[in-house]
Design a protein around this ligand. Structure first.
Ligand SMILES: [Zn+2]
Ligand SMILES: [Zn+2]
Ligand SMILES: [Zn+2]
Length: 319
């Protein structure tokens, strides 16, 4: 396994950004994207003449020079002409999403869902200097799910903010719903060992509080959180990181998801803290080496025992 671009026959990041840093080349990518009909059964290639006309460049040799820079890494040349490669499409998607150019700015807004821990007023909070790229779901009445020195008190969730395209044309309520969906699938990918940002491998580390004590509306004084056991997941490639309690991990197993579903428990919505707070009756380390954690779920007098390994994967489910 090689990690440097050269050994994979690729280009350095410097060369790649230099290729892209020209308006004619970006215009070529854009026109190739714009020419695609997503409903057509087959991707249509553009001829040299058609592409040059669309980009609006008279000088054929100049145009050819720019196009040649893109052919290979970003554009595919076929007998029919030119078409976008996946990387070219990714550049266009990133541009259209405003991911590199636009800022998401949201005011602090109260939302209707009460705090799952204390019933208090919850606000969506964003735009503090310390968390410009996070959306904080914050309770105004209790200490929240975890205390972080930079994020302040009452944080129930700190989640990666949608890209600018995800916020445009949506009301706050719609954005919050989409944000939850966006994070749900990212979490699922991480739990299954795939980085949602770069698709690299992910390393999981269990964090277990030995003296866990959660008071009314207060986080544990030993670990500063309400979750007794968390798994820290960090991408080995891009260091994208998440902290997730056991309650998130058990849900990837179909038997567990069906158990919650059969008991009318909505587990993928905004208030997923309820999974931890209302249904997980016990979590016990049943083996130190190799590490195994048994999570007991109880709903309406029915119970389910789920065993996680040291990387947070479900290895056994007993009803
Ligand atoms: Zn609260
Ligand atoms: Zn603790
Ligand atoms: Zn990654």
């Amino acid at each position: 396994m090689h990690s440097d671009a050269e050994s994979r026959g690729g280009r350095s990041p410097e060369e790649t950004f230099a290729i892209l840093g020209h308006e004619t080349r970006l215009a070529i990518l854009y026109e190739l994207w714009d020419a695609q009909d997503p409903t057509a059964p087959k991707r249509e290639a553009l001829s040299f003449a058609e592409l040059r006309k669309r980009v609006g460049m008279r000088d054929g040799s100049q145009f050819n020079y720019h196009l040649t820079q893109l052919v290979g890494p970003f554009v595919r040349q076929t007998d029919d002409g030119y078409e976008l490669r996946r990387t070219g499409g990714q550049i266009i998607s990133t541009m259209l999403a405003g991911a590199l150019t636009d800022e998401v700015v949201l005011d602090t807004e109260p939302i209707d869902d009460p705090c799952p821990l204390c019933g208090g007023q919850v606000v969506l909070d964003h735009g503090t200097d310390r968390s410009p790229d996070l959306l904080l779901v914050r309770c105004t009445a209790c200490e929240g799910a975890w205390k972080h020195p930079e994020l302040g008190s009452g944080v129930l969730r700190a989640i990666p903010l949608l890209l600018p395209a995800g916020v445009r044309e949506r009301s706050l309520a719609e954005m919050y719903r989409v944000q939850t969906t966006w994070v749900k699938y990212r979490i699922m990918l991480l739990i299954e060992g795939v980085c949602p940002r770069c698709s690299g491998t992910v390393t999981a580390t269990p964090l277990i509080c030995e003296d866990h004590t959660v008071g009314d509306g207060q986080v544990c004084p030993h670990c500063d959180r309400i979750f007794e056991i968390l798994f820290r997941r960090v991408c080995d490639v891009c260091q994208n990181s998440f902290h997730m309690p056991t309650g998130r991990h058990i849900l990837v197993h179909p038997t567990v998801a069906a158990f919650y579903h059969d008991h009318d428990f909505e587990v993928y919505g905004h208030n997923w803290h309820r999974v931890e707070m209302e249904t997980i009756a016990d979590q016990t380390v049943v083996s130190e080496d190799p590490l195994a954690i048994e999570v007991t779920v109880v709903i309406d007098d029915d119970d389910l025992n789920v065993t996680l390994d040291g990387a947070g994967a479900v290895i056994d489910v007993q009803t």
